[in-house]
Design a protein around this ligand. Structure first.
Ligand code: APR
Length: 231
């Protein structure tokens, strides 16, 4: 049976594709205060601004391509049972060929109703004020904003509990519950963490190896390493 590799990815894996990370720009995200564009309060204050912000992020997806880190991650499926738990809302893992991807914070290419988080629909165009879900309510991006529940977290916990090896790529480990997922790994599960500016991970029982590198350089090394190690 193939060993279970679990990849926890954050914004850093998509940086080399040209998508900006959240916290590398001094608290601003594409020039906006994060809470203005990624919170229910921001939505209630200025829906048009929030829609425009995500419309631009969605449009950008059609201009970028998966990078080598995404591709290597997808190729690992040949030898391993790979599941990706990503904080990213882009579709670059899927476009690189990964088949099992859990999006903790939603997906740019999906939309839902402001009424509730059921009835998620595929959506590749802009969302404008007045665009309605089939249920009759305003459409909103299928994105988990600050202060909102993370429905996929239970699935993600189960996935991490089963992991034989965890690879963390390009996340500042600041946003919970995502950052707390590693606590659910078996204490013997090796953890590799790739980030040019890695966060410190306190109180970790697991064997940890940090690669202070870009996602693609780090994944090249880990790919070779996975061929050699026994776990
Ligand atoms: N390769 C790998 N990592 C990189 C690269 C790169 N080329 N460039 C930057 N990084 C790292 C940064 O050093 C940082 O640690 O990526 C990380 C990005 O951190 P954040 O911007 O905080 O992104 P992330 O951890 O994914 O944010 C979590 O916050 O705003 C919310 O919901 C949003 O999902 C997001 C969540």
């Amino acid at each position: 049976m193939k060993k279970k590799l679990v990849i926890l990815s954050g914004a850093g894996i998509s940086a080399e594709s040209g998508i900006k990370t959240f916290r590398d720009a001094g608290g601003l995200w594409e020039g906006h205060n994060v809470m203005d564009v990624a919170s229910p309060e921001g939505w209630n204050k200025n829906m048009a601004l929030v829609l425009d912000f995500y419309n631009k992020r969605r449009q950008q997806l059609f201009e970028v391509e998966p990078n080598k880190a995404h591709t290597i991650t997808a190729e690992l499926e040949t030898d391993f049972d790979v599941t990706i738990v990503t904080q990213n809302v882009d579709d670059l893992h899927e476009r690189a060929g990964s088949t099992k991807v859990v999006h903790l914070h939603g997906e740019l290419l999906k939309a839902r109703s402001v009424l509730n988080d059921h009835g998620v629909i595929e959506w590749r165009r802009d969302i404008n004020p007045g665009d309605l879900h089939p249920d009759g309510y305003q459409l909103r991006p299928h994105i988990v904003w600050f202060g909102e529940a993370v429905p996929a977290i239970e699935d993600a916990i189960g996935i991490v509990e089963e992991a034989d090896c965890l690879i963390i790529i390009g996340t500042s480990m600041q946003v919970y519950p995502a950052a707390g997922l590693i606590d659910f790994a078996k204490s013997t599960t090796p953890i590799y963490y790739i980030d040019p500016n890695p966060a410190s991970i306190p109180n970790l029982r697991n064997p940890l190896e940090v690669f202070q590198l870009s996602a693609s350089a780090g994944m090249e090394i880990i790919k070779a390493k996975l061929k050699e190690i026994e776990f």
